[in-house]
Design a protein around this ligand. Structure first.
Ligand SMILES: NC(=O)c1ccc[n+]([C@@H]2O[C@H](COP(=O)([O-])OP(=O)(O)OC[C@H]3O[C@@H](n4cnc5c(N)ncnc54)[C@H](O)[C@@H]3O)[C@@H](O)[C@H]2O)c1
Length: 273
């Protein structure tokens, strides 16, 4: 098969949550630039409008929906409306997520008060679990009935993190169990949905320069600390996630399900040289 056919996503009806910024926007752009029809979901209405305009200016077919992924009823309604507008649903990127600062260590290695286990508030725990874990469940639950109607099935791609696979000192505590939960949910959904040719996979990014946590991954001190843990000694730019996204949404991955593709510049290798 030619590369152009292997990675063909032309016409695929695609939803991306958290699409106004960062990794979600990069997924959206990769799909739209290659002919998919994209629906951008985000809580940030201004960012959403700008992202939709940008996709359209590149010649893409895009629609935007302002929705909070922690609002279960609103999220389901938005997915149903989008599937109706497109006439189908082929691909879902469950990507929206937030950071959970501070970690128990500061960037310079001191213990923090707010990051200490006993000081993590119920509100902080609940918000991170709702946004980064429960929303993945509610997104998949709403998408599946639409994908089951497709004879060729569907694709579900969840953004996890290297934090799903290991513990972290400078990342706020609730983030790790939320992402690990999402990663295991991917495997469980993949097992059940294989019969319907709905392939469910995760992308686990390492440090990418985005607007997460108010853009703290753009702060030079943070960049320096994170880059030290990456064998490439740099953080990633969001276009470096697009290959994995296209792979998992296209015919290139017809025998891949329940997998987690790590895109981390080797961070999981544990290098600190
Ligand atoms: N940047 C990284 O280094 C990194 C590393 C690993 C995993 N991730 C994950 O990647 C995903 C995308 O994050 P990013 O780094 O691109 O951050 P980002 O802040 O640039 O983008 C996240 C988007 O999600 C939206 N969002 C947040 N809460 C929402 C809600 N309740 N409902 C709807 N939309 C909401 C935001 O408005 C924003 O547009 C997240 O799941 C994050 O945990 C990021």
């Amino acid at each position: 098969m030619k590369t152009s056919e292997l990675f063909d996503v032309t016409g695929l009806a695609t939803i991306v949550t958290g699409a106004a910024s960062g990794i979600g926007y990069a997924y959206t752009e990769a799909m739209a630039d290659n002919g998919a029809r994209v629906a951008l979901f985000d809580i940030d209405r201004a960012g959403l409008d700008a992202a939709v305009a940008k996709i359209r200016s590149r010649g893409g077919e895009a629609r935007g929906t302002a929705v909070d992924v922690t609002d279960r009823a609103a999220l389901r309604a938005a997915i149903d409306d989008t599937a109706r507008a497109f006439g189908r649903l082929d691909v879902l990127f469950a990507n929206a997520g937030i950071d959970s600062p501070p970690g128990f260590l500061s960037m310079t290695g001191e213990r923090t008060v707010d990051g200490a286990f006993e000081n993590v508030s119920d509100e902080r725990w609940d918000k991170v679990i709702a946004t980064n874990f429960t929303s993945v469940f509610t997104s998949i639950r709403a998408a599946v009935p639409h994908m089951k109607k497709n004879p060729q099935g569907g694709r579900i791609i969840v953004t996890t993190s290297v934090s799903a696979l290991r513990s972290e000192a400078v990342v706020g505590m609730p983030y790790m169990p939320a992402k690990a939960g999402a990663a295991h949910l991917v495997r469980q959904a993949a097992l059940e949905l294989a019969k319907f040719n709905i392939l469910v996979n995760a992308i686990a990014p390492g440090p990418f320069i985005t607007n997460i946590a108010g853009g703290h991954l753009r702060n030079p001190e943070t960049v320096k600390a994170f880059a030290r843990a990456v064998p490439f000694h740099r953080l990633a730019s969001t276009d470096e996630i697009q290959g994995a996204a296209l792979f998992l949404a296209s015919p290139a991955s017809t025998y891949v399900t329940g997998a987690q593709i790590i895109v981390d510049g080797g961070t999981m290798l544990g290098n600190w040289d």
